[in-house]
Design a protein around this ligand. Sequence first.
Ligand SMILES: NC(=O)c1ccc[n+]([C@@H]2O[C@H](COP(=O)([O-])OP(=O)(O)OC[C@H]3O[C@@H](n4cnc5c(N)ncnc54)[C@H](OP(=O)(O)O)[C@@H]3O)[C@@H](O)[C@H]2O)c1
Length: 306
Amino acid sequence: MKPSFAIIGCGKVGMALAEYLSKAGYRPMGFSSRSLASARQAAEIAGVPECCFENIWNAPKTADIVFITTPDEVIKKSCRIIAEHKGFSENAVVFHCSGALASTELASAKSCHAKTGVMIGSMHPLQSFAAIKTGKSGNPFENIIMAVEGDPIAVEKARTIAVDLGAKPFTIKTEGKILYHAAAVVASNYLVTLMDLAIKLMAASGVSESEAFEILKPLIQGTLTNIETTGIPEALTGPIARGDVGIVEKHVQAIRLMPDRKAPKNLNDMVEYYSMNGVETIKIARAKGTLSENAAKQLLKILEAD
Ligand SMILES: NC(=O)c1ccc[n+]([C@@H]2O[C@H](COP(=O)([O-])OP(=O)(O)OC[C@H]3O[C@@H](n4cnc5c(N)ncnc54)[C@H](OP(=O)(O)O)[C@@H]3O)[C@@H](O)[C@H]2O)c1
């Protein structure tokens, strides 16, 4: 028999867990949220409409596994409130799903039962849950990475849950959690920022903004494939890798002439942004071995001119 579970904080992630843990055979026990309406919706999705609770400490009382899927800033407080009301069962395993916070955020759960062991862990679905979607859109956990850490028993449980949800478990170090999250932010959010610059430059070249991404897409996908197959620095191509100083100089001059290159006060404008990335790219090109020391110095002079 699969373990029973409770969810505290029935939003985008909590709702998805309610649905797909139930579908995977886990037994829904209790749902609570800031509003009773959200808790009721989650309980209905899990097929147990009667299992919604007004007070957060009543929902997890008999659950083997508890997910605190509130916003990050209230995970610690919610856990403490439940612990103070003896809301965790004696051998419960308590998880949160934050990418940035470590399992230690749930330390108060251990004070719930002096002799027996409430275990704590974190399970971060490396996926973007943009809206509450039930039923129609498919399993959002399918084939995604689920980064887990915490007490050894909690990690073992988390890995099993991840597999049951269709995800791929990946164990990370508790003390490395914040840098793991910074990496995810760079890979996802900063990629969006970088694409925004590329689309603006493409638009300034005369291509319509609506076509700009379509034009760049095969290049982006090819670069991702190169990173996957050859790794960094080998995947780096282009004028900096080749040491083509004249082309980089022309880029900088052309961007400088763009009428709308200026960013709001105190933010880098496009020249600085292009140059900042260029300086980092020089380091990669040097590591690749295709950029001479002399060309690197000339490039730095151009890119650090402002
Ligand atoms: N969204 C993502 O893409 C994503 C991806 C990976 C991990 N995560 C993590 O998953 C967790 C939940 O994120 P989310 O995006 O699902 O957030 P969300 O959609 O904002 O849902 C959070 C829910 O918590 C409830 N809540 C707020 N304050 C509460 C409190 N004091 N006590 C009890 N319930 C409370 C809210 O309830 P009401 O609806 O009742 O007002 C809301 O439904 C976070 O730790 C987040 O870092 C999110």
